[in-house]
Design a protein around this ligand. Sequence first.
Ligand SMILES: Cc1cc2nc3c(=O)[nH]c(=O)nc-3n(C[C@H](O)[C@H](O)[C@H](O)COP(=O)(O)OP(=O)(O)OC[C@H]3O[C@@H](n4cnc5c(N)ncnc54)[C@H](O)[C@@H]3O)c2cc1C
Length: 382
Amino acid sequence: MNFALSQEQKEITELARKFAQAEFPKIAIECDKQERYPKEMWQQAAELGFMGIFIPEQYGGLGLGISEHAMVTEEFWRADPGVGCILLAVFGAEIIMASGTEEQKQRWLPKVAAGEIILATAITEPNAGSDIFAQSTTAKKRGDKYILNGSKQFITNGTVADHVLVMCRTNPEEENRLKRYSFLVVDRGAPGFNAEKLHGKLGIRASDTATLSFDDVEVPAENLIGGVEGQGFKQVMHLFNINRVVAASQGVGVAQGSFDHALAYTKEREQFGSRLASFQGVQFILAEMAAKVEAARQLCRMAAWQIDNNQASPHIISIAKLVAGQNAVWVSQEAVQLLGGYGYMDEYHVERFYRDAKIVEIYEGAREIEKLTIAREILGRS
Ligand SMILES: Cc1cc2nc3c(=O)[nH]c(=O)nc-3n(C[C@H](O)[C@H](O)[C@H](O)COP(=O)(O)OP(=O)(O)OC[C@H]3O[C@@H](n4cnc5c(N)ncnc54)[C@H](O)[C@@H]3O)c2cc1C
């Protein structure tokens, strides 16, 4: 076992920290209040190489792994979770990389890495959340096109994405339900495709979230991921493995950021003639916060390492995401508490982190779904 970061990992983490800490706080409150997607920040991040971390060099990326992508995600969310969501511009590149045809990889991956296009991945539907088999969006093959009908709910980057990877039923009659689905790439502006921004989110308000609808949308057959129908379930499971680790690292980042604010504040603020940090009651909270951040971080790194070494373990991934989500919510809540009345005000940032943290327990598999995955492993499928 070697827990030390490689030189490359140290360098990319340091670069991400410097960039995010210098830039994100300047616009964080404004983006949160106005629900503004910071496109200019996405472009700056792309110029520094952050949109191509796990994309192979032959497609214009850095050729690193999910471990490094998760480390950068952590630093971005540590500086500001909402603005940190710009890294989700690559959401879908994982499927293209793993399952796309060579032509599809060459068509989209270099543009993702260069910050020329934003992707979105649409799985959830109004009546199909945790139960992905309840999806009803359907694509029928007609000549060299698919005709897509249906709708998707809560889609990250929905109104800013140039291309959306849509999970849909291409083979609804197939006896084996695992073989009924495929992913089609729908281009922004395709006639019949509509994206409507959702307003009023609790947190990560700088992130774009939308409802999508498809009304007889014509999708070229060459946009079927992998070129073979019925592979969608396998592809989505691969995506969940990666993006649950990414979500877990978001949780580590928001927890670390909350802790940073609380630590700085308690070392400055005086009450009863002493610094808050000198009270043992406060020290115990700080110690517990630090322990929860580190525990989640190590789980996250283990799960990411397993993916990068072809040993992906869904139940370890679920443990990482469950712990990171719960710890993020707890740590950010304690940060608000430690800042007292100031913690309740937007100027001091932790109220926003507290609101942002909750999403880690909901998306990419809600907390209860992670528990079901863990339970299945420890009890066996029977
Ligand atoms: C900000 C945001 C961004 C998102 N981005 C995307 C995106 O980019 N792409 C995408 O496809 N989706 C996205 N989602 C959707 C997200 O993945 C779903 O909200 C999530 O999977 C939960 O589905 P649901 O909301 O339908 O809740 P439901 O599935 O209806 O669940 C409601 C509650 O019941 C619990 N529950 C459900 N089934 C069980 C069970 N069998 N046992 C015990 N408890 C259960 C759940 O854990 C949850 O607590 C996003 C959501 C949000 C809020």
